[in-house]
Write a protein that binds this ligand. Structure first.
Ligand SMILES: [Zn+2]
Length: 285
């Protein structure tokens, strides 16, 4: 599932392509993904609108639009869900089977494709209203992050997936950040000492920053032509190395040696999700 770095890399990829483009026509093939508005309202709001900016909040893409009829600027909220992809493709190319929304930009189409339809492209701001702080914004531990940890009895790995604690961290980078900070995924969030909270915040920033940098240097396959696993950021050309796996130190490495101490990495299930960690480098106390 795409997390903050994958969305950030996608935003940087799409931004120059969309800037200044005008939406000529709107095609909604799956009403579920525009949740919150009817197809009619959605089409009326978007038709003739111009893309003025693209930014990110947590795992959401924020498309700024200037509507055709001098009405107020609007924001279109995009979320990739589990299997969503967003990309531009020449208008002459046939639409993929799972194209959920297509925006006609003239010579090109903006395609939102999603095989499972858990993703969103909507005018409803509900998804971003309760998001926690952006981890890349501040080098200092935000007060609400430290405070929320202090009040939580959940294991820290489970708490990190709560988007109101910190925006954009998911299952992969939660395991990676805890390994880097040397904190056991099983410790109750409220038991973390202030020094550990600081280390964890820095580790989150570190893993996300590296993932963005790596993603920006690896040739990514945004529309999934070569990907067999269904995610744009896993995409790579045939015969090229698996950059994605190499950058992860614990995630999906159960049984393989820890890069610090050579003991086998362990897998644990917490709140129905897999956690990967080293029991030597990440002690329970
Ligand atoms: Zn270790």
């Amino acid at each position: 599932m795409p997390e903050l770095p994958e969305v950030e890399v996608l935003v940087r990829h799409l931004r120059p392509q969309l800037q200044g483009q005008t939406i000529r026509a709107v095609l909604v093939r799956r009403e579920r993904v525009i949740a919150g508005t009817s197809i009619r309202q959605f089409t009326q709001a978007l038709q003739g609108a111009k893309f003025t900016a693209l930014s990110r909040r947590g795992k959401y893409l924020l498309f700024s639009l200037l509507p055709a009829k001098k009405s107020k600027p609007r924001i279109l909220y995009g979320h990739l869900g589990m299997t969503g992809r967003m990309y531009l493709r020449t208008a002459r190319t046939a639409l993929p089977k799972h194209a959920a929304v297509v925006l006609d930009l003239g010579r090109k189409n903006f395609v939102f494709e999603d095989t499972r339809y858990f993703g969103r492209l909507t005018l409803d701001p509900g998804g971003i209203e309760n998001l926690g702080p952006e981890p890349l914004d501040s080098a200092l531990v935000p007060e609400n992050f430290a405070q929320a940890l202090k009040c939580s009895t959940q294991p820290i790995k489970v708490k990190l997936l709560d988007q109101s604690l910190v925006a954009g961290v998911g299952n992969i980078y939660a395991s990676e950040a805890l390994f880097r900070a040397g904190i056991s995924p099983r410790i109750a969030a409220r038991r973390l000492r202030p020094a550990q909270v600081t280390r964890l915040w820095q580790a989150i920033r570190g893993v996300l920053t590296e993932a963005i940098e790596l993603g920006s240097t690896v040739p990514l396959d945004y529309d999934g032509k070569d990907a067999r696993d269904g995610f744009f950021y896993f995409g790579r050309g045939p015969g090229t190395p698996a950059f994605y796996e190499e950058r992860l130190r614990v995630y999906d490495r159960a049984g393989r040696p820890c890069i610090n101490c050579a003991r086998p990495i362990k897998r644990l299930v917490q709140a129905s999700r897999s956690t990967f960690y080293c029991s030597q480098c990440q002690r329970d106390q």
